[in-house]
Structures are given as C-alpha cells and as structure tokens.
Design a binder for this molecule. Structure first.
Ligand code: ADP
Ligand code: ASP
Ligand code: MG
Length: 414
C-alpha cells in the first residue's frame, strides 16, 4: 500500500462535473488500497476573479487582506471535493492550510513554507479517510493566513509529500505532462517521458508554468518522486528524474520556455563609478520587486546604462523608484518598455555542445527578430525581445532545435 499525494489544478476542478470526475479518479486509487492525500487549487479563473475584485478597491491591495481573500478559492474546492467523495461512500476530510497546519513565513502573497505538521493528516488516513487539503495557503506564526504565490498549490503538494514521506507526488493538470514547450503555443510540442530535475528547475524559473518553481525546488531538496500527468486522459505523464537515476544520452536541448508579462527598465547615463549598480538595484529589491535579467553596457564618456527586467505588473512601481533616484545618481533618464518578453532555450546537454548559442541567434535572425538582451548560464540561453514576436520566436527555436514530435498528427488526438 502506497501513500500518494495527488494535486488537481484549477481546470481539473473548474466545474462541479469536473470535481465529480476527480472524485471518481481518486476512488480508483483508494480501491487499489492506496492512502490518498489530495491537494486542490481554486476553480479555474477564481483566483483571477478575486484579484480583480481587490484591485477594484485599491491598486495595491493590503497583502494581508489579499491573502484572506485569495485563500477562499481553495476553501471552496476542498469542501466540494470532499462532498463528492462522501456521496460516493468514501470517507473524506477537508483541511485548510491553517488547519493542517502548514506554517509559513510572514511574507504575504509569496510566503514560503517552513514546517508542516503531518499529525492530523496521518490520523485521518489511519481512519481510512481521504484527506483533502487546500493548496496555495498556509498560516504564519501569528495565525494570519498566507498564500504561496501564483501556482502555489504545486508547492503545497510537493511539500506535503515530503513532510508525509509519500511514495509519489502526482500533479494532475490540463495537459499530458511536461512538453518541450507550451503545447498551447507550439502544436507539435513533444511530451517528455522524463526530464531531469535540473532542467525542470530552469524551465519553471524561466516561465513554464506547468510546475511552480518552488515545487521543483522542494522535490529536489527532499527527493520527492514527482510526476506531472493529465486529469483528463490516461497516460504515464512526465517523471521529474532526480540525480543518480538512469541517464540515457541527454538530448542537447530539453525545451523552450518563455515569459510574456515582463518589462524592461533602463537607468540611462549613470556615472561609471563603483557602487552605482547597487544604488540602482538595491532600492528596487528592497521594495520587494523581483529583478530578473540585469545588464550594464560598456562605459562611454564616463557613463553607463543599467538595464533590468521585472514583472510587468511591478514595472510602474519600479519606475517610480528609479525616478526618485534620478537626481541623486545624476543619471540622464529612466526608460520603461512594457512590451517585451523573454524566451529561453534550456538543456543540460548544451554544456557539452558548442553551437547552441549561434543556432539560437540564427533562428531568431532568420525571422528578423531583434534581440535586446542576451543572458546565458551553463544550461540555458535567454533572450529578451519585443513581446509581439514572442510566439514566433518560440516556434522558430522549437523547430531549429528539432524538438517537434515526429508522431504529431499521426495518432488520433482528442
Ligand atoms: P494547473 O491549473 O493545473 O496548475 P497551469 O495552468 O498552472 O495548470 O499549468 C499548466 C499549463 O502550463 C498548461 O496548460 C500549459 O499551457 C502550460 N505550459 C507551459 N509550458 C509548458 C510545458 N513545457 N509543458 C507543459 N505545459 C506547459
Ligand atoms: N489558485 C492559485 C492560482 O491560481 C494557486 C494554484 O492554482 O496553484 O495561482
Ligand atoms: Mg498551476
């Protein structure tokens, strides 16, 4: 008998009918004798709807109250799913994050999990119940509700699997697993039977929202066997393989990730003296704004331009901070471009293959796409480009690296 943690995302619990279908699926596992802990997201669109309500009241809603609001979405689905299980004659017990309890830090809207108390869950499992836990939420030391950032139910599931020492963590979603890129953008994207943990970490951090990055980090740290599968179709999905597992010849490139909602800020004409980068980036980070790609161009006439990217939703706030720094830094001007996106080519195999960079640049050049910023690491190349070319760039790179599924279009697809 195994202990399995199963997470069902927003689309999978998006209607009452789908919640009932999830209940049927869980029952299949119960009947096999497995112990099941289920983590659910809010119904699809609900977190966005709640966010919009808050924004109607204030532009930057109070983070603490935002968490009280957002956590309600998942409270709805745990109750409905538990009812659906009970209707089928199976014992089920729902818990909010605070009830479990999932203790987090105090950083509202992007809290990190510190500790999970597994005792209530174990007690329920011993009584033969399915335990249904609200994803995406926890509670801080003061008893305030916290949330884990968008996509955070993945992290709840993996963290629970680690805390409960589960045999597997299964992430059920609306695609068949992890693909070479978002199958909604590239039709012939190939489903991967497995992907290294390292590559998954990069893809997640570079925009592939199929798994929240924190979930992947947890899986790596606590060696949680993690699989992404479809809620709607049978199939083995994608295994996130940890180090030391079977290593076939690594393909050079695992996949292409992209991020749409980015913005680029430039502090132009800052004096070329020590400490300037810190004076520009420091206050932005201190305001809790996540800074992504940072570049500084070569000095000319004793001045530099410092350019960096942030989430588009945070770009106005970042610009205000830079505007405030303008006089003291004696910089020329602050520029904001909200119409950019980032595309990244990821693969552990690129370590040993020269030519990945030139192939990337050629594929973009062939489509006449101008590259604004380039950053690289051992296993990825990212480029910042104009947003309107984002999907074109993803498709061009996907085909330049021959990532397409040769079987695409041959099998009958639902
Ligand atoms: P859930 O609500 O189940 O958590 P998400 O919408 O958060 O689902 O994540 C699943 C989505 O991630 C897919 O529908 C797909 O559009 C997108 N996605 C982006 N990149 C990838 C990728 N490389 N492989 C699979 N899906 C991806
Ligand atoms: N409901 C939250 C969101 O939409 C958490 C999740 O679905 O993982 O981001
Ligand atoms: Mg998700």
């Amino acid at each position: 008998m195994a202990l399995i943690v199963q997470k069902f995302g927003g689309t999978s619990v998006g209607t009452v009918e789908r919640i009932e279908a999830v209940a049927d699926k869980i029952i299949g596992f119960r009947e096999r004798g497995d112990d099941i802990v289920v983590v659910v997201s809010a119904m699809s669109g609900e977190t966005n709807r709640l966010t919009a309500l808050a924004k109607d009241i204030m532009e930057y809603p109070t983070p603490r109250e935002m968490d009280v609001l957002l956590s309600t979405g998942e409270q709805v689905t745990i109750a409905l799913l538990s009812m659906a299980l009970e209707k089928r004659g199976f014992g089920a017990r729902s818990f909010t994050g605070g009830q479990v309890k999932i203790l987090t830090c105090e950083t509202h809207t992007k809290a990190r999990i510190r500790e999970i108390d597994g005792s209530r869950i174990h007690a329920q499992l011993e009584q033969g119940n399915v335990v249904v836990v609200a994803g995406f939420q926890g509670v801080d030391e003061h008893g305030s509700i916290t949330t884990l950032g968008r996509g955070g139910s993945d992290t709840t599931a993996v963290a629970l699997a680690a805390a409960l020492d589960a045999d597997e963590c299964q992430i059920y979603t609306d695609v068949k697993g992890v693909y070479t890129t978002d199958p909604r953008v590239v039709e012939d994207a190939k489903l991967l039977s497995s992907i290294t943990f390292e590559e998954m970490l990069e893809l997640a951090s570079l925009g592939a929202k199929v798994l929240q990055i924190r979930a992947v980090e947890f899986a790596g740290k606590y060696k949680v066997p993690l699989r992404v599968l479809s809620s709607f179709e049978e199939g083995p999905g994608t295994l996130i393989s940890l180090e030391g597992e079977e290593k076939m010849e690594d393909p050079t490139i695992a996949g292409i990730a992209f991020e749409r909602d980015e913005a680029k800020l430039t502090m132009a004409g800052v004096p070329d003296v020590p400490g300037v980068a810190y004076q520009v980036i420091g206050p932005v980070s201190a305001a809790g704004i996540e800074v992504d790609v940072i570049v500084q161009n070569a000095a000319e006439d004793g001045t530099n331009d410092i350019t960096f990217t942030v989430k588009r939703s945070e770009s106005d706030r970042a610009k205000k901070i830079l505007d405030g720094l303008l006089p003291s830094l004696k910089a020329r001007e602050v520029l904001l471009d909200k119409k950019i996106g980032k595309v990244s080519v990821v693969g552990v195999g690129m370590r040993s293959h020269a030519g990945v960079a030139s192939k990337t640049f050629k594929a973009l050049a062939d489509e006449n796409i101008n590259i604004q910023i380039i950053t690289t690491s051992e296993i990825k190349i990212s480029v910042v480009i104009e947003e309107k070319y984002l999907e074109l760039a993803v498709r061009a790179l996907h085909s330049a690296f021959d990532l397409g599924d040769p079987e695409y279009g041959k099998e009958e697809d639902a």
